[in-house]
Write a protein that binds this ligand. Structure first.
Ligand code: PMP
Length: 432
C-alpha cells in the first residue's frame, strides 16, 4: 500500500507531476498502481469495483514476460550487488558486452555494432547521427535529409519528431520549426495490401531525392503511434533495393516491433531484408528499465571512422547502464528459451477470435490483428474516459488513443485472461 492516502497522493500528482501528453496542473486522475505481478496491475484502492486489472498494454509494448518476473528480478538483484551504474567513457563491463554480443547474434546478419542508449527516441537520434555522419565522412554533406512515409511515429525528441507524420501525427505543433524531411505517401493499409503503383512511388521518391537524402527511416510492417496500421512487408524489399541502387542508407525503427511482437523476432523478418541501421527499445529489458540500442553495419561504422571527425558524436551519461543491460540479457534469454513464436501465435488466434465480433459493432470501421497486436478502429475519436472506464469495469487496463482501441498483451497471458481482454476491448469500443 502507498504510505500516502490515495486522495492526497492524487492531489500531489495533479499539482506537481507531469504525465505524457497532459496539461499541468493535471485535469484528470490517473489510476494509482501499487504493485504489479504476472499480467496483473494491483491498484492502491478499488476503481469501478476492481482492485486488480489485467494488463492489455504490456506497458506500451515492453513488458513481454509480465511484471515481477523471478528471472528478471534475479538478474536485477545480482547486478545491483555488483554495481547499478558506472560511466561508459573509458570503462566497459560484462553486462554491456554480453548484451551487445547477444543482440548481434539475433538481429539480421550485417548488423554488427551496438550503441546502447537510454530510450527509444534517443536510439533514433543516434541512428540519424550515424547516417548523417556517414555521408559527411564520405564527403557528401548535402545528403542530410531523411525520407520516410506518412503515418509514422519515431519518438518525441527533435529528429524523431521530424519524421513523424506531419499531418495526422502527434507533432504538428512543431511544423515549421523541426528539420524539414521528405515524405512519401503512407503505405496502403493492410498486411496483404501490396500495390505495385505504390512500390513505384517509393522507388521514385528514393531516386528523386537521393542526392539530399542520408537515409530512409521507417517502422517495418506496423506503424505504431501514428495509427496502428499494418502494411505489406514487400515494401521493405522495395525500399532495400531502391536504397542500394541510389546510395541511401536504410533505417528500421523496430522499437515497437522488436522481440517477437509481430510474430517474427524482428519485423524485418517478414520481408527477409536487413537494414543498415536498426533501433531497438521498449521490450529490450522486458519492460523493467529504460534502455535502447542502435545497431549498424560495419560499412556504416567504418564509414564514420574514415571521416575528418572519426568518432560517433554521442555519449549519454547512462549509456550501457549495467543494471538495464543485465536485465535485457536475461529478458532475451527468457524469450528465446521458450517457444515464443508459438505463444505469439496462440495470442494471435485468441485476438482474432475474441475481437472478431467488434466488426459488427456500431461505429467500428475495422478490426485487425497481427502477432500479439489487436486493433479496433472507430469512426470517431475515442472518448478516453468512457472507454477506459468500460475496460476497467471489465477488469482490464487499456489505453485507447485517437480513434483506436488496441491491445498488445504480455506473451505470458493465459487464454482465459485473453478472453477477458477481448471482451474489455469490445466494451471500450462501444463506450468510447
Ligand atoms: N519509435 C517507435 C516506433 C515507437 O513506438 C516509440 C515509442 N512509442 C519510439 C520510437 C520512442 O521510444 P521512447 O518512448 O522509448 O522514446
Amino acid at each position: 500500500m502507498p504510505e500516502l492516502p490515495v486522495p492526497e497522493l492524487l492531489a500531489l500528482d495533479r499539482a506537481h507531476v507531469w504525465h505524457p501528453y497532459a496539461p499541468m496542473p493535471g485535469r484528470t486522475d490517473p489510476l494509482v498502481v501499487d504493485s504489479a505481478s504476472g499480467v496483473r496491475l494491483r491498484l492502491a484502492e478499488p476503481v469501478h469495483g476492481r482492485r486488480e486489472l489485467i494488463d492489455g498494454m504490456s506497458s506500451w509494448w515492453s513488458a513481454l514476460h509480465g511484471y515481477n518476473h523471478p528471472v528478471l528480478n534475479e538478474a536485477a538483484r545480482g547486478q545491483l550487488e555488483r554495481m547499478s551504474h558506472v560511466m561508459f567513457g573509458g570503462l566497459t563491463h560484462e553486462p554491456a558486452v554480453r548484451l551487445a554480443q547477444r543482440l548481434v547474434e539475433i538481429t539480421p546478419e550485417p548488423l554488427r555494432h551496438v550503441f546502447l542508449s537510454d530510450s527509444g527516441s534517443v536510439s533514433v537520434e543516434v541512428a540519424v547521427k550515424m547516417c548523417l555522419q556517414y555521408w559527411r565522412s564520405a564527403g557528401r554533406p548535402a545528403k542530410r535529409r531523411l525520407l520516410t512515409w506518412r503515418g509514422g511515429y519515431h519518438g518525441d525528441t527533435w529528429q524523431p519528431m521530424s519524421v513523424c507524420d506531419p499531418d495526422g501525427g502527434m507533432h504538428q505543433l512543431w511544423s515549421g520549426v523541426l528539420p524539414e524531411q521528405i515524405f512519401a505517401d503512407a503505405p496502403p493499409a493492410g498486411y496483404d495490401a501490396y500495390d505495385e503503383s505504390y512500390a513505384d512511388h517509393l522507388r521514385d521518391m528514393v531516386a528523386r531525392h537521393a542526392d539530399e537524402t542520408a537515409a530512409v527511416i521507417v517502422e517495418p510492417v506496423v506503424q505504431n503511434a501514428g495509427g496502428m496500421r499494418f502494411h505489406s512487408p514487400a515494401y521493405l524489399r522495395v525500399l532495400r533495393e531502391a536504397c542500394d541502387e541510389h546510395g541511401v542508407l536504410l533505417v528500421f525503427d523496430e522499437i515497437a516491433t522488436g522481440f517477437g511482437r509481430t510474430g517474427t523476432l524482428f519485423a524485418a523478418g517478414h520481408a527477409g531484408v536487413a537494414p543498415d541501421v536498426m533501433c531497438l527499445g521498449k521490450a529490450l529489458t522486458g519492460g523493467y528499465l529504460s534502455m535502447a540500442a542502435t545497431l549498424c553495419t560495419p560499412e556504416v561504422a567504418e564509414g564514420i571512422s574514415r571521416g575528418e571527425f572519426p568518432v560517433l558524436a554521442h555519449g549519454p551519461t547512462f549509456m550501457a547502464n549495467p543494471l538495464a543491460a543485465s536485465i535485457a540479457h536475461a529478458s532475451i534469454g527468457l524469450l528465446l528459451d521458450q517457444d515464443w513464436a508459438l505463444e505469439v501465435k496462440r495470442i494471435e488466434s485468441a485476438l482474432r477470435e475474441g475481437l472478431a465480433p467488434a466488426a459488427e459493432l456500431p461505429g467500428v470501421t475495422g478490426v485487425r490483428v497481427l502477432g500479439a497486436i489487436g486493433v479496433v478502429q472507430l469512426d470517431h475519436p475515442v472518448d478516453l474516459a468512457a472507454a477506459t472506464a468500460a475496460a476497467v469495469r471489465a477488469g482490464v487496463w487499456l489505453r485507447p488513443f485517437r480513434d483506436l482501441v488496441y491491445v498488445m498483451p504480455p506473451f505470458v497471458m493465459g487464454d482465459e485472461d485473453l478472453g477477458t481482454v477481448c471482451e474489455a476491448v469490445l466494451a471500450a469500443a462501444v463506450a468510447g
